[in-house]
Ligand binder design. Sequence first.
Ligand code: MSP
Length: 651
Amino acid sequence: MCEKCKGKFYITTPIYYPSAKLHIGHTYCTVATDAMARYKRLQGYDVLFLTGTDEHGQKIEDKAKEAGVTPQQYVDNIVAGEKGVLDLWKLMNISNDRFIRTTDSYHVAAIQKIFKKMYDNGDIYKGTYTGKYCKPCESFWTESQLVDGKCPDCGREVQDAQEEAYFFRLSKYAGRVQALLENTDFLEPRSRVNEMVNNFIKPGLEDLCVSRTSFTWGVPVDFDPGHVVYVWIDALFNYMTALGFENDRYDDLEKYWPADVHFVGKEIVRFHSIIWPAMLMSLNLPLPKKVYGHGWLNFNGEKMSKSRGNVVDPYILAERFGVDALRFFLLRTFPFGSDGNFTNELLISTINTDLANDLGNLVSRTTAMSQKYFGGTLPEGGESAALDEELSLLAAEVVQKYEQAMDGFQFSVALGEAFRLIGRANKYIDENAPWVLAKREESRPRLLAVMKNLCECIRIAAILVSPVMPDSAQKIFDLLGVPADGRVWDSLRYCALGAWQTSVGAPLFPRIDVEKELSALEELTKPPVPALQVEPLSPERVDFDTFCKSDLRAVKVKACESVKKSEKLLCFTLDDGTGVDRQILSGIAKYYKPEELVGKTLAAVVNLPPRKMMGRESCGMLLSAVHTEHGEERLNLLMLSDTIPAGAKLC
Ligand code: MSP
């Protein structure tokens, strides 16, 4: 390890199911992991940040079948295709050092070895599985674990399942896992410990079914053809195979294992804090130092789900608001350990308040004044005052609290600290009123010090926000002319008095017009209207005799005119073969000009009772075909061949 390094830091995200495109909820966890990885790098740690995709399982097999492609083609498209997982992480500026796919051959071979090892040591044995299976969660449940007969994780229907299968002796490790959870900081936040112990361990940990025979898209059990390894064993060991465990692809196990922290969403804490340590215990491997179970992002109060149509698209948000603003919003707004409610209003107001008003304004006011009063060149020296001391003390306190919060994964608190300094600096401008100082030559030394204190506050704040908003932080450093060694963690000591060379740039975070943006977003996220829609067929039956009572005839248009004061009606004079003209009014003025219909042969119901419309009598009804196109109603009169004589019966 290099001398300057503070040590290693290995951090992971859950590997994603590529069963659908990722949404803002997935993005949340990856952005948080990225910010933590960047923070640790900033502090001088040798970081390995791993993410990836979890590509096996019945759900993927089913989806591929539906799409008419092989499972491999299916996952390749969602992972590496346009706007796939890799594209999204690139867009979101995710700095992962490694990306694992569980279909990577080195991983597959390693999983086979791992499974065999646990079989050989007696912790995996063959038996018969009877119970319930939740397909979407790829989870097996016993009857007693179900909630109202449904999957306790997702609340969906479960299926009966019975088959020959391999089992992992999870029950054997119940005591050790319970002690790990209760007596150490292995699992955080602490509230999740009670949930695990009370809901899963205390009711009795049963052995876990770890192979399946009802589908094939998984890692084959090489010593028993027909069985594939349970997807969670395959998935959990990614954290180690990606370092080189049981494979030659990498050689980083010794350096980086055990992981310093696994960030995981709350619904998969059970797998990470019970099954994962038990399997590692079975193989006598060191346990990860920590599992942190973060909360869920809901949308407008509802759980995000594709079927509800409330999945928020990170591409749309990043494009409209900027990647840094979106990253900031996610981490500033929602305490990491709890659930949060995502709304577009909240997103926009956070950007406007914190970024446009507070940070953006501070930077633009400071650089603009520095330009105006000193041409952007702030030389050494200046006249300090008590207020500066206050600012520097606050900066020191903020840095210390920020560090404490980040070390506890409290992103929102840490960012709150950085913004305390930003808020104070804005107030410092008003207290010192540089525009007043600028009026008197003898105040210039004080004006100089004020400008430099502001630059220093901004520099420190920019270092603190850099793990969350890496690009914006660099832009700010550039505007202040901060040299490379002033952009690093070790330069966080307050020191305003050196020289600065500032410049003026475009606003970092333009203010958003709330109303306009909200309606634009609503429009963009509206579920698309199907291009063509026809009315569903009527479920009601009409008996044949009743149907035959309708007298349908071919009629020829002798004359057609608009009806005065009516936007809708056209009045037809028709030859119905009787020798007496028939008048029918029809609400189709929106679709036809009267003159284009003269001479046409149409279809009409002629035995309806006459009725008055706009003072005229209508004796029957013309038939048309109606459908909807791009949300708009379309109508076509039924036009018959002109060879059909007037009065011919339609049947
Ligand atoms: N493949 C498993 C993880 C295996 S790790 C060895 C999996 N994948 S997932 O794609 O379904 O979910 C990945 C992560 O996204 C999980 O941590 C999950 O909690 C998180 N989120 C999915 N929707 C979310 C929100 N709406 N909000 C926050 N996180 C959410 O589980």
